[in-house]
Design a protein around this ligand. Structure first.
Ligand code: FAD
Length: 676
């Protein structure tokens, strides 16, 4: 008998959907020893999620492939609302901007999940060589509870089974009416029974050598979707309600006389239900139709619907009724699916801060706000850098508690939003003011407009903790989670008034600034790529003023001292900016100063490479791209300020130039000293 293979890995990721791939991307960028497995033999090729919110595009840009998504996607600029008029005739009742103007340098766009997964796979492989191991699934999970607090231990033991190609590739095509063979998403949908147990049972019959292996891991992520095997193993559950709403989804090239087919549309018919139109890449249009239980495609309330009753014909039939008198049909069908919505959120997002859950494994909701893929990726965008910095011995394990306190709150807010929005979207339009049971279209528009800010992802505001220095009780978060990490009495609180346009806890907005060295305009976020580093942005104001120049020298001396955060928490022998990058963004006229008017910490010199020209920026007008006015945008007055930004671009701390030592105090609460 061949002995069973046994190995160790720092991070084991179960599931290579958007959440798992985002985690793998962080691990790749931070150089962490990682394996990512998926039970399926292939990635998604078409269909499934498609909405990309502004924040997701910003994140993708920070990972190096946002431009691919931006170029290939369909950009959605306007939402049109169609409702029955007093005579019951469908009319366009309103138009609003799809993304609130000024929110981000990106606007909401759509591109199918398969392309997004492709961009991730390319980037991950290019920078690390990590590849998704397909046709592999876990069969058992064991956690050594005695070892969970030991930094060097591998407390997680997982047995992995390798499937045959046949087992890993379920049939996902369906032949539809006109003979086209079209991929459908039913096999991944929650209307289909999960096949994990069946796969585990049938794959036992393969008695090939080496079909199983033992893996010991320091950390594990269950990004294995709504049916999450990992969640069941660690005994966690989702709380919330299952709705009777069943949604049919068609990706078609429509043949229609409906005038707004290339706009995002929310359409309420008088009596036939609602439809959402999402214009997509390559002339495709996604049609989301709510299939009502009266069509007898649903089961008992709360039960699983009979999926054999759902077909592309049923879905387009519903769309035709809702859109009448306009006509809609198709010759080209790219993909279709149907699924039933549950609005649920996990009670816990991890056990022992060793095994974590992310994405659909910890929250499920309707697709209407286009949040599934976005929030799932943003979960692991929050978690990845934290695990990487703990594994590298830079940060204390205590910061891992902030994953749950930060992301569970987002999931809860999303479920609350979805709950309200779903009902407004699915309800029958009110027939006049006296119709209390109907949905008032003014309420719907209001919810839609407010919802646009929420769903953009740019408004996520993380609560107080040791890594978010703001007022508030850091020991208890909004969701009741105990997140005390560090010494609450000595916890640093930001001076938010120094930069009211920046919110401690939110992602830093992007504004254009110019390189002092060569006058090139840059978006601030372009200077903050996702590589695990913290950024300290020093805003000295006008450095032509003697007082401001003197303050800048004090800040630089403090940061350059041997007891500063830079020297205490950066591993000796490596690059000085391996953990922290320090930037100066001033507001003197660009041509009135040179880089040599700035302390050397902002233009470090190397014998081989000369000066660093990439750390000094100016708030001034560019030749070709206007004036970003960052001081005005962020509300920074002439006395300036210091801003600390996390590796995921969220603002951690805002403080005065006159208290530079506070930055060391901030980092001392959770960073691990690197030198005696
Ligand atoms: P998933 O994308 O589900 O990825 C989980 C991965 O884990 C899969 O690759 C799976 O093969 C793998 N896996 C599962 N179990 C195991 C196991 N035991 N071992 C190993 N691997 C495992 N969202 C929208 O915003 N718009 C939409 O139109 C939309 N349509 C959807 C249609 C369908 C049919 C489905 C299922 C979802 C849809 N969603 C939509 C939701 C969106 O796809 C998800 O929110 C998003 O994919 C969640 O990402 P995830 O990585 O958490 O999970």
């Amino acid at each position: 008998m061949v002995p069973i293979k046994e190995s160790c890995v720092d991070v084991l990721i179960i599931g290579a959907g958007p959440a798992g791939l985002m985690m793998a991307a962080w691990m790749a960028k931070c150089g962490i020893n990682t394996r990512i497995i998926d039970k399926r033999g292939t990635k998604v090729f078409n269909g499934q999620a498609d909405g990309l919110q502004c924040r997701t595009l910003e994140i993708m840009e920070s990972l190096g492939f946002g431009h691919r998504a931006w170029r290939e996607s369909n950009h959605m600029l306007e939402v049109c609302m169609w409702n029955p008029d007093e005579a019951g005739i469908l009319r366009r009742s309103d138009r609003i901007a799809d993304t609130l103007p000024g929110l981000s340098r990106f606007q909401q766009a759509v591109l199918h999940q398969g392309r997004i997964e492709r961009f991730f796979l390319d980037e991950i492989e290019d920078c690390s060589g990590i590849r998704v191991e397909r046709g592999v699934m876990p069969t058992s999970l064991n956690i050594d509870e005695e070892a969970v607090e030991d930094q060097h231990a591998y407390p997680i033991t997982v047995i992995l089974r390798h499937l045959t190609e046949e087992e890993a590739t379920p049939n996902q095509t369906a032949t539809v009416a006109d003979g086209q063979s079209v991929r459908n998403g039913i096999y991944r949908s929650n209307l289909a029974k999960d096949d994990t147990d069946d796969l585990l049972a049938t794959s036992k019959l393969n008695e090939k050598a080496n079909t199983e292996e033992i893996v010991h891991a320091k950390y594990m992520l269950g990004a294995d979707g709504a049916h999450s095997w990992t969640r069941k193993q660690i005994g966690l559950s989702l709380e919330g309600e299952s709705t009777d709403y069943i949604w049919g989804v068609l990706d078609i090239v429509p043949i229609t006389d409906f005038p707004d087919i290339r706009m995002r549309c929310a359409i309420h018919s008088a009596n036939s239900g609602s439809v959402m139109i999402i214009p997509r890449e390559n002339k495709l249009v996604r049609v989301y139709v709510q299939l009502t239980t009266t069509q007898k495609i649903g089961d008992e309330a709360g039960g699983r619907a009979d999926r054999s009753k759902v077909s592309p014909e049923v879905i387009i039939g519903e769309a035709q009724k809702i859109l009448a008198p306009y006509k809609i049909s198709y010759k080209k069908l790219d993909w279709w699916t149907a699924y039933q919505i549950g609005q649920r959120v996990g009670t816990e997002f991890s056990v022992h801060e060793r095994v974590f859950l992310a994405g659909d494994a910890v929250h499920t909701h309707s697709p209407k706000a286009g949040q599934g893929m976005n929030v799932s990726m943003q979960d692991t965008f929050n978690l990845g850098w934290k695990i990487a910095s703990v594994l590298k011995g830079q940060a204390n394990r205590s910061i891992l508690k902030t994953y749950q306190s930060e992301r569970r709150k987002v999931a809860q807010d999303l479920i609350a939003f979805d709950h309200k929005f779903s009902r407004l979207f699915s309800g029958r339009p009110a027939k006049g003011d006296a119709d209390a049971e109907g949905v008032k279209m003014t309420d719907f528009k209001d919810a839609f407009t407010k919802g646009n800010l929420f769903v953009s992802g740019t408004n996520v505001d993380y609560g107080a903790s040791t890594i978010v220095a703001k007022a508030g009780d850091a020991s208890v978060q909004g969701d009741g989670t105990d997140v005390l990490v560090g010494d609450e009495k000595n916890r640093l609180i930001s001076n938010q008034e120094l930069a009211p346009g920046l919110v401690v806890g939110k992602r830093i907005p992007s504004v254009k600034i110019l390189s002092q060295a060569d006058a090139r305009p840059w978006h601030l976020q372009e200077l903050l790529p996702s590589n695990g580093r913290w950024r300290v942005l020093v805003f000295p104001g006008d450095v032509q003023s003697q007082a401001q120049a003197a303050q800048l020298i004090d800040v630089a001396n403090s940061f350059d001292a041997s007891n500063s955060f830079v020297y205490c928490f950066t591993p000796a022998g490596g690059p000085i900016d391996a953990v922290f990058e320090i930037f100066a963004i001033h507001r003197a006229p660009r041509t009135a100063v040179t880089i040599f008017d700035f302390p050397s910490i902002f233009r470090r010199f190397s014998e081989t490479d000369g000066y660093d020209y990439d750390k000094i920026y100016v708030d001034d007008i560019s030749y070709h791209e206007g004036h970003g006015k960052i001081y005005e945008e962020f509300g920074i007055a002439e006395h300036g300020c210091i801003v600390v930004v996390r590796p995921d671009q969220h603002v951690s701390y805002i403080g005065s130039l006159s208290e530079p030592a506070a930055v060391t105090q901030f980092f001392s609460a959770f960073m691990v000293p690197q030198m005696e």
